[in-house]
Design a protein around this ligand. Structure first.
Ligand code: PLP
Length: 569
């Protein structure tokens, strides 16, 4: 067996080319999507450049060749999951569409009132919401399997949840938050014993394990190409032929028909009856390339490497003061979900300021966080191109984050900045209308101007966050919640006798509280006319703020501004 070398593995990925290195972040967000293999990029761009034609329709060579490639890809997928026939492989947009297809075409047409669908607390929204729609349409109900203290589906609970009413079981193989392999074999056995149909969500598993649908003995299995080095917008449903055959089509139109007439239309055979319209041809071809790449890997060597990086990272993370993992024990794949002293989004935004890409929040698994009674977590998810050196820098940064939090406490106490009392001062004439800006605003601008780079500005935001007076728990309610922010943000407005507006605001994330201080500095104690006239975009531009925020966070800041302007109209 060859020793796995992450640097050689990285050579397959243009993202890791030397020429692209200067601004490249350390990418620890592989559970969201992986980087793309060079062959995937090559075959997709080559198809568009030299081979482009539609499939299954035109009577010319180019189309015939495109059709052959397209159907060869289906054979690659059949082999990849060990399905019996290519009729069992249906192309979809991804895992989400795959589950929707099964929910609408299978569950909705076969389940009835009182039937039970079994899910677990660790499911992604994609494996919850489609089933909730089924329950509304059919009167079926959802039952939820609990997790053990390591975060795996609790085997001992299966017998108490499954019954003769269990008609469908849809479970995640490896959760995108827990990172542990669920006891799928035991679950399939229990489902078979009560005659239930089994759906497996392999979205996260597919990049880490070989998939054999016959060995798993599931009825359906779904995954997406983009989590295994392939393109976005393409995935597949594996379904047992007899089940797919009995199901009605998913969508209707071209490609999925045998004959169309105003006197009656008949549908095509498998797999085409589920593939209405021009498919994602280039996606399918790129997906096949990704499957070929994964199949070519020495999975044992990759697993050994992953095991070593898991143990190393888990140990190093455990040594960080204040860090808590979501679950006990090491993960089975290199995916680490944890919380640190501050809000998860603050940790992620600190890491982002230091060019590390991780994800923070509820990770499309809100019911899991409700079950754990937690607000979210930071998730660092690694792939085989990630190295121990990157892990070391990551750990050093997290130590720095903890330390800087402690130091910042002292600094803020010493600070004399106040954004709530604010006489007028002249701003930078070049950009801001001086009739609407006060001391506090100027002071914010000055502090930002002095801060060097995004790192410095980010630190400034964190310090400013301490200046925001927190709202009480009762004030933070549905009616004060600002819509359109990715974090929870609450805003209340009050007009004084001089017709000046006063705002209180709060957020669950420190970074947002810092941004709120900046936003409120521009609007606090101002008349309606001033608020409406204030040029906030120039203010942000002058601060060098929005260009550093992610589009969703930038939109969140704008949503706060919109709310302020709306209430004060
Ligand atoms: N299921 C799991 C476990 C996932 O991790 C994801 C994506 O993160 C999905 C389903 C949805 O996949 P997609 O967004 O590719 O449809």
């Amino acid at each position: 067996m060859k020793i796995f070398n992450p640097a050689s593995f990285a050579k397959f990925f243009p993202f890791y080319e030397e020429s692209a290195s200067s601004n490249r972040p350390v990418y620890f967000d592989n559970a969201a999507t992986t980087q793309k293999h060079k062959h995937v990029i090559e075959v997709t761009s080559n198809f568009y450049q030299a081979e482009n034609a539609n499939v299954h329709r035109a009577a010319h060579k180019l189309s015939a060749e495109a059709t052959v490639k397209f159907e060869q890809a289906r054979e690659t997928a059949r082999k990849f999951v060990n399905a019996k026939s290519t009729k069992e492989i249906i192309w979809t947009k991804g895992t989400t569409e795959g589950i929707n297809l099964i929910a609408q075409c299978f569950a909705q047409t076969t389940l009835a009132k009182g039937d039970e669908i079994v899910l677990s607390y660790a499911e992604h929204h994609a494996n919850i919401v489609p089933w909730q729609q089924v329950t509304q349409a059919t009167g079926a109900i959802i039952k939820v399997l609990p997790l053990d203290n390591e975060g795996r589906i609790d085997k001992s609970a299966i017998s108490g949840v499954f019954s003769e009413n269990t008609k469908l079981v849809s479970l995640v193989m490896i959760s995108n938050v827990v990172g542990k392999l669920n006891p799928i074999e035991d679950i399939v056995k229990a489902a078979r014993a009560v005659g239930a149909t089994v759906v497996v969500d392999a979205a996260q598993a597919v990049a880490h394990q070989s998939i054999d649908v016959q060995a798993i003995d599931c009825d359906f299995l779904v995954f997406s190409a983009h989590k295994m080095f392939g393109p976005t917008g393409i995935g597949l449903v594996y379904g047992k032929e007899a089940l797919l055959d009995a199901m009605p089509p998913y969508q209707f139109g071209g490609e999925m028909i045998r004959k169309v007439s105003f006197s009656g239309t008949s549908f095509g055979e498998l797999p085409f009856k589920f593939e209405a319209g021009t498919p994602n041809i280039v996606g399918v071809i790129g997906f096949a390339e990704a499957m070929k790449f994964v199949s070519s890997l020495d999975l044992r060597a990759v697993a050994d490497y992953e095991e070593s990086i898991i143990s190393y990272t888990h140990k190093k993370l455990s040594d960080i003061p204040g860090l808590t993992f979501l679950f006990k024990g090491k993960p089975d794949v290199p995916l680490f979900s944890f919380n640190l002293t501050d809000h998860a989004k603050d940790v992620a935004s600190f890491l982002d300021a230091h060019n590390f890409a991780v994800r923070a929040g509820h990770h499309c698994a809100m019911p899991l966080f409700e079950y754990l009674e937690q607000g979210g977590c930071v998730r660092a998810s690694l792939a085989p191109y990630n190295t121990q050196t990157e892990v070391d820098s990551f750990i050093a940064l997290l130590h720095q984050f903890v330390k800087s939090g402690i130091e910042a406490e002292g600094e803020v106490e010493a600070s004399d900045v106040s954004v709530t009392t604010a006489p007028s001062l002249t701003p930078d004439e070049a950009s801001i209308d001086d009739t609407t800006v006060d001391d506090a605003t100027i002071e914010v601008i000055e502090r930002f101007d002095k801060a060097k780079g995004w790192d410095g500005k980010h630190r400034e935001i964190m310090l400013l966050s301490k200046l925001l007076e927190r709202m009480s728990k009762t004030e933070r309610n549905e009616s004060s919640l600002v819509k359109g922010c990715e974090s929870d943000v609450w805003l209340k407005a009050h007009l004084d006798d001089d017709k000046h507006w006063h705002f209180s605001a709060d957020s669950d994330a420190k970074v947002i509280r810092g941004l709120l201080v900046i936003v409120l500095a521009a609007y606090q104690n101002k008349s309606c006319e001033h608020i409406q006239a204030f040029d906030i975009e120039t203010y942000f531009e002058r601060l060098g703020l929005l260009q550093h925020l992610s589009p969703s966070r930038g939109n969140g800041v704008r949503a706060i501004v919109e709310n302020i302007r709306k209430v004060s109209r």
